[in-house]
Write a protein that binds this ligand. Structure first.
Ligand SMILES: [Zn+2]
Length: 163
């Protein structure tokens, strides 16, 4: 590992410890040339496999970009987008898989997005859950309504046949 201070091509590890419950390894390094110390973090690459079969490293900013599009005109700020992308990454890493299909990344976005903004959620869901008809939207909206606090008080009378 190159020294970030003097750009010496080599450095040596003086300490190594696991962090984030073993998901990452932090190494304390020392430069033999300038003597300065720095820390590196090592973590397994989480690969996203696209429909074409090509895989690429998971990229949080791509999640942000996709969600930002769905949030156009909605009261969602950049901090919230970043937080959502972090939640998505955590959820995917928590599965322990080394690679995930890109479609699953989309699905992992849905849950936190639903908490964030329901309109953006519907836009996003229409793509990732392949809505093909107005009925798909209606079903999803019915589920959103059912989730709202106090929904039971304003729901349709008991005994209404479902569907
Ligand atoms: Zn150095």
């Amino acid at each position: 590992m190159r020294c970030p201070f003097c750009h010496n091509a080599d450095s040596r590890v003086i300490d190594s410890r696991e962090a984030d419950e073993g998901a990452t390894t932090r190494r304390r390094r020392s430069c033999p040339k300038c003597g300065r110390r720095f820390t590196t973090v090592e973590e397994a690459v989480l690969a996203v496999v696209k429909r074409s079969g090509v895989s690429e490293p998971f990229n949080r900013s791509k999640v942000v970009a996709g969600v930002r599009r769905a949030c156009q005109g909605r009261p969602v700020d950049e901090d919230q987008l970043q937080k959502l992308a972090q939640q998505v990454e955590d959820a995917i890493r928590a599965t322990g898989a080394a690679e995930v299909p890109s479609n699953e990344v989309g699905l992992a976005i849905l849950r936190p997005l639903r908490e964030l903004d329901e309109v953006a959620y519907l836009r996003f869901a229409s793509v990732y859950r392949s809505f093909t008809s107005v009925a798909d939207f209606e079903k999803e909206i019915a589920e959103l309504k059912a989730r709202q606090p106090g929904a039971a008080d304003v729901a349709e009378p008991a005994g209404t046949p479902a569907g």
